[in-house]
Design a protein around this ligand. Structure first.
Ligand code: WT7
Length: 630
């Protein structure tokens, strides 16, 4: 296998010396032979109102429960614990806007903000278990809102600020949300994005919303509907918004949030995560893989609207008492040194981002990074899709100056935290996420669940439960059991949906998704969602979407459309359909290409053979066509 012949990068003495974890193999073996013991030990590093009776309850597989009987609240560890002593004055959040405005919050100040927000929610009738939808740009209030929900036992459902009103509406309806938290606008490349108007459109389509609270950020003119719409700053000025609020003591298994992610059907899945296990898992993985120290400045340059932001901007790092960096804007605006400027200005120690962002910045050349002193960086991270060795080397050499290990983390919305990742002490092979994290056994298997030989492609499985795992798809236990645990029920394996290879050293090489899920610029999109967006246009009769390799985005969306009879196939219509998908789902889902066709290849059972479309587009061997309808 060619990968194994690749150069191996060894961490320097300096990195090894200060690593939180000094040894992998023995500790790993121990962690899988006594999984519950390992997690018990980690959980004890956190505060609990009441300790658990049982680490893992496997009696209702695949509906595992962790830290059963334990009482906690993620806010107890993310905030309350830190404000008891001198740590209260430490910076929790440094925020910068695209235009250079700066706001920062100590843990003490963070607590006050979260308490005020929580009291506002309580005054609006939000109760334990209610689902609060949050649709905001990357501003501190987004973080406050999440923590405020958690604090009072409400469940947040954050919808990425780049999503369109249709996507927002369907998530509000699915969750039956009564409350929506939003902002007047966000910004991107100097342009203001009118979020409240999008929220208004969404509320027209999903009548469950009774209260909408809007944060003033971009001074946009918005329309406010009496009795439904409130300005956040107005509410914050009222006596109800006291900066003191009790954190509600919850069961470890009480829900913390739902987060929608794309799958094989048109309807996104609301993955449900809980307080106890998720607290333990995000903080442990963050501390060990990213070697986080209490004095570190940590920058995860994702959006809190995705799982990466939930686990590694907000919860894991705050539990670990780090200082987190938040930035609302584009990486290359107004100039391609925007990020490097901030790394230098704030002395960022660890930067965690996606291969797409790295490729995007790499194309501007080295000079933009070279203008800045990046010597504060100690570790770098990557997530979202396989990182191509070229981008890996650029990141390592130019950004990390050949001294910062790259922690390539493989995980999913469903896993809550890292499953496969190196530690700072791990020898690295560019493009491989290395080895399983403590407590996890992973395999590359065939359809029967048998390991495929070393170096051969197979399906990636996780062989055991872990505390950060999603507990279910909200409202659809059967789909959860079937989709993730159905294929390897006998063995009790979790099917990740990725194909992968394992090399002779046990390193995992992710190849890509095997299902109808596309990773575009690291974002996860379902082909079915794109197709149903196309079909919702009056000119379209049928549609198919596939991903084709793209230099910057990893994959780009190509679509094939059959038009209704008597509709003319024009260039203008192509552009209109691209735009239409953008309106329906959000700009990230806008197809690169719309190609008009007379027919689509289908199986005899009527399924579109996307594999065939892909092979054709790439000029590859079309493979096994035995099921093709003729
Ligand atoms: C899918 C999950 C987990 C946070 C962001 C994505 C792909 C994720 C890697 C990586 C190769 C990766 C997989 C996975 N993926 N990280 N380091 N190397 N592929 O979460 O949106 O739920 O997507 O992202 O295909 O299944 P997500």
């Amino acid at each position: 296998m060619s990968e194994t012949k690749q150069q191996v990068y060894y961490p320097s003495e300096d990195v090894i010396k200060q690593a939180n974890v000094q040894e992998y193999s023995e500790r790993y073996q121990k962690s899988i032979s006594d999984r519950e013991g390992f997690w018990d030990e980690q959980a004890k590093l956190l505060e609990w109102y009441k300790p658990w009776d049982k680490v893992l309850d496997e009696s209702q597989k695949p509906f595992y429960k962790w830290f059963v009987g334990g009482k906690t609240n993620i806010v107890q560890n993310a905030i309350d614990r830190h404000i008891k002593g001198a740590d209260r004055n430490k910076l929790a959040i440094i925020w910068e806007s695209e235009g250079g405005e700066v706001r920062s919050f100590s843990y003490y100040a963070l607590n006050r903000e979260v308490c005020q927000f929580a009291n506002i929610l309580i005054s609006m009738g939000v109760k334990k278990g209610d689902i609060v939808t949050i649709y905001m740009p990357q501003i501190p209030e987004l973080v406050f809102a999440m923590l405020a929900c958690a604090k009072i036992g409400a469940v947040h459902s954050v919808v990425y600020g780049g999503f369109s009103y249709e996507a927002l509406a369907s998530r509000i309806s699915d969750a039956n949300s009564r409350i929506l938290l939003t902002a007047d606008g966000g910004s991107r490349r100097g342009k203001k994005i009118d979020l409240k108007s999008i929220a208004d459109e969404a509320m027209k389509r999903s009548p469950t919303i009774e209260v909408c609270i809007t944060v003033k950020y971009n001074q946009l003119d918005v329309s406010m509907e009496a009795a439904r719409d409130f300005w956040f700053h107005d509410l914050k000025a009222l006596p109800i918004a006291s900066p003191k609020c009790e954190t509600v003591q919850l069961d470890a298994e009480d829900p913390l949030f739902i987060l929608y992610t794309s799958g094989t059907t048109g309807k996104p899945k609301g993955m449900l995560h809980t307080h106890g296990g998720y607290s333990v898992y995000t903080s442990t993985t963050h501390k060990m893989a990213f070697d986080i120290k209490p004095e570190d400045r940590w920058w995860c340059a994702a959006d809190p609207g995705w799982i990466t932001g939930h686990s590694y901007i907000v919860y894991g790092p705050l539990i670990n008492g780090a200082t987190i960096m938040l930035y609302e804007g584009a990486p290359d605006y107004p100039y391609p040194n925007r990020w490097w400027q901030m790394v230098e200005k704030y002395g960022i120690n660890i930067l965690y981002t996606s291969p797409t962002a790295i490729r995007g910045l790499m194309r501007f050349g080295d000079q933009w990074a070279k203008r800045h002193d990046l010597s504060s960086l100690r570790l770098l991270g990557s997530v979202g899709e396989p990182i191509n060795p070229e981008a890996w080397r650029w990141y390592y050499e130019v950004i990390g100056n050949n001294r910062c290990p790259i922690i390539d983390t493989w995980w999913q919305t469903e896993t809550g935290g890292f499953i496969i990742c190196p530690l700072p002490i791990t020898p690295l092979k560019p493009g491989s996420a290395a080895q399983p994290f403590f407590g996890n056994e992973v395999g590359v298997v065939d359809d029967q669940g048998n390991e495929v030989p070393v170096g051969e492609e197979g399906k990636l499985v996780i062989k055991n439960p872990w505390p950060g795992m999603a507990r279910t798809i909200m409202g659809d236990d059967d789909r959860y059991a079937e989709l993730y645990w159905g294929d390897y029920q006998k063995q009790g394996y979790y099917k990740a949906g990725d194909s992968a290879k394992m090399d002779a050293d046990g390193y995992i090489w992710i190849i890509g998704r095997m299902d109808e899920v596309l990773k575009v610029s690291g974002y996860r999109l379902g082909t079915a969602e794109i197709e149903s967006a196309l079909v919702s246009h009056p000119a379209v009769s049928e549609a198919a979407a596939i991903g084709l390799p793209h230099e910057l985005k990893g994959n780009a969306i190509h679509t094939y459309v059959i038009l209704k009879a008597n509709v003319a196939a024009t260039k203008a219509l192509q552009a209109e359909l691209q735009q239409h998908v953008g309106n329906e789902l959000g700009k990230i889902a806008q197809p690169e290409e719309v190609i008009f066709v007379e027919s689509l290849p289908k199986t005899r059972s009527g399924k579109i053979m996307r594999r065939l479309l892909r092979a054709k587009a790439l000029g590859l061997d079309e493979g096994d066509l035995s099921t093709l309808e003729t």
